[in-house]
Every structure is written in structure tokens, then in C-alpha cells.
Design a binder for this molecule. Structure first.
Ligand code: F6P
Length: 321
């Protein structure tokens, strides 16, 4: 394989640049010409290719975001636009494409490969940790550490004022950021899109905390939990009589210098993607399972169903008493 391309797609995540760097440098090491596609699938349609050198990715390993930009491309859902993208890849004689992104982005890679015959590699680039085939996604560890830093700071002020604080974190359908930061951050309550917890139960838990002399209550709420943060605050204030504050971490979780774990995961996945393409192997999803970097059939990987780690959720109930 002589010419490959690489793109980042969907919500950006810390570590995407580390993965890009590994793809570029290992590709050049394998005597390949490596092209970056700017702005994800939008750039594929708009023919935004850049020939990369080793120096193109200098001083990027430690940077969050993605130097080749990303996008959520609605246009790529249109088969006519996909045909334009395939022609652009054909003109450059691109034989392999590495896609770094979440569920939707890797699904786009599967369709592209099916329709164009170009071999693809899917790398799990999203802070959500919502790809079932891999234990962790690139960016998840950094996002959780960002939330932990916020919890530590909020814990200081909440305990100074005997307050409860609701911290809203990202995760529309997957509550892993809330779940893992809730356990590691010592939250009293964790609210997830995957677990039904009526408001009455939330109020009960906070009241129990106050009665047993807790200095403060930290409630971590994934944005996908079906009750709005404003409504949650209103009910908690009314039912507990406490001053309850809201902190929405929002896009803070998407930025920041990637942690050691995310840099390693990203680099290992990027290196493997090029190794496989250099052997003419394609249509694989790359990730980490039980501490090992693995590659699986892309279509099968995307069909895998996520299940919440119930035992972790139960731990919170025990540890927060
Ligand atoms: O998919 C990652 C993610 O950060 C989600 O956690 C969040 O709900 C969504 O992206 C936000 O999307 P956008 O960046 O398009 O506003």
C-alpha cells in the first residue's frame, strides 16, 4: 500500500493528535505517502487533502483537539456526496483510510469501504467511551480527569458552605464519564441515562447524607439523564432546604492536554492501523481489551452492544454512605 489518508471526525477528543502523529510517522516509515483530510468527511467531499511530512505533526502529541479539524458531516449521509468523496480519493490514488472518531464516524468508514472498496481502519476517538468493542476510547481518560479536578475544587467550596452541588457532565446516551468520575471522585449520587432513578430517590439519598452529618453532597449528572439539571436543582432546594448549586462542565471535558493513558492508547492504535494497512489488511476497528491493543472486524465491532457495569454503579451506593 503506497498512499493512505487519515481524518478526524465527530466530537473532538484529547489524544486525536497523538493518533494522527502515529499514523503519519509510521506511514512514512513504511514508505507510504500520507495525506490528512481536513474537517473529517466534509473535507473528503470538499477535496481538502494535505500531504503530511514527519514535521507536519511536530509538537502536537501533547495538544488536545485535532490539528486537522473535525466536523459532524450531515452531507456525507447523501450517497451523491459520498460519490464525490470517493472520486476525490480515487484522484489521489488513496488505497487506505484511517478514521479517528466515535460511533457515527466509524459507521461512515464502514459504508465508505463497502461502497468504494478502499480499505479502512477505525480508531475509537471520543470522550464518551460509548464504543462497546473497546474497553476505553481515546479521550475518555482525559475527560474523566478533567471532571475529577472539578470535583476536587467544588468539594472545597461545598464543604465550606454546607452546600450540595450538581455537576453536569457530557454523555447523551452513555454515562461512563459520570459513572467513573463519580466513583473516583467520591460523589454521593451519580445519575446516568442507562439507570432509572426517580427524583424522589435522589432527594432521599441527599437527605440521608445531610442527616448523617455529611458536610456536602456532590451529585454527578450525565447530560443524558432524563431530568433537566434546572429541575433537579429546584426539587432538591425545595425538598432539602439546602442551598444547591449547579456546575455544567460542558466543553471543558473535550479539551486539555491528553493524559499518559490517552497518549498511549492513541499512539498504539495509530501504529497498529498502519501496520495492518501495510499488510493489505483493512476494515478493522482498533481498540484496547484487557490492556491489550486489538483489532476486530469493523462491521462486527460496531454491532457490539454496550452494557453498563452494574457492579460499579452499586459501589457508589456503598461508598457514598
Ligand atoms: O460525542 C462526544 C460529545 O462530547 C458528547 O458527550 C456530547 O453530548 C456531544 O459530543 C456534543 O456534541 P457537539 O460537540 O456537536 O455539540
Amino acid at each position: 500500500m503506497k498512499r493512505i489518508a487519515v481524518l478526524t471526525s465527530g466530537g473532538d477528543s484529547p489524544g486525536m493528535n497523538a493518533a494522527l502523529r502515529a499514523v503519519v510517522r509510521n506511514g512514512i516509515e513504511h514508505d507510504m505517502e500520507v495525506f490528512a483530510v481536513h474537517s473529517g468527511y466534509e473535507g473528503l467531499i470538499d477535496n481538502k487533502f494535505e500531504r503530511m511530512s514527519r514535521r507536519s505533526v511536530a509538537d502536537t502529541l501533547q495538544r488536545g483537539g485535532t490539528i486537522i479539524k473535525t466536523a459532524r458531516s450531515k452531507r456525507f449521509h447523501d450517497p451523491e456526496n459520498r460519490k464525490i468523496a470517493y472520486k476525490n480519493l480515487e484522484k489521489l490514488k488513496i488505497e487506505g483510510l484511517v478514521v479517528i472518531g466515535g460511533n457515527g464516524s466509524l459507521e461512515g468508514a464502514r459504508i465508505l469501504s463497502e461502497e468504494s472498496g478502499i480499505l479502512v481502519m477505525g480508531l475509537p476517538g471520543t470522550i464518551d467511551n460509548d464504543l462497546a468493542y473497546t474497553d476505553y476510547t481515546i479521550g475518555f481518560d482525559t475527560a474523566v480527569n478533567t471532571v475529577l479536578d472539578a470535583i476536587t475544587k467544588i468539594r472545597d467550596t461545598s464543604s465550606s458552605h454546607d452546600r450540595s452541588t450538581v455537576i453536569e457532565v457530557m454523555g447523551r446516551h452513555c454515562g461512563d464519564i459520570a459513572l467513573y468520575s463519580g466513583i473516583a471522585g467520591g460523589a454521593e449520587v451519580v445519575l446516568l441515562p442507562e439507570v432509572e432513578m426517580p427524583l424522589e430517590e435522589v432527594v432521599e439519598k441527599v437527605k440521608e447524607g445531610i442527616e448523617c452529618g455529611k458536610l456536602h453532597n456532590i451529585i454527578i449528572k450525565a447530560e443524558g439523564y432524563p431530568v433537566s439539571s434546572q429541575e433537579l436543582i429546584r426539587v432538591l432546594k425545595k425538598e432539602t432546604g439546602q442551598d444547591v448549586k449547579l456546575v455544567v462542565l460542558s466543553y471543558l471535558q473535550r479539551g486539555g492536554s491528553p493524559t499518559f493513558r490517552d497518549r498511549m492508547l492513541a499512539t498504539d492504535c495509530g501504529m497498529m492501523a498502519v501496520e495492518l494497512l501495510s499488510q493489505g489488511i483493512g476494515n478493522r476497528a482498533i481498540g484496547e481489551v484487557n490492556g491489550k491493543i486489538v483489532h476486530l472486524d469493523l462491521a462486527k465491532a460496531l454491532k457490539a452492544k454496550r452494557s453498563l457495569r452494574e457492579e460499579l454503579f452499586q459501589e457508589i451506593h456503598i461508598l457514598s454512605k
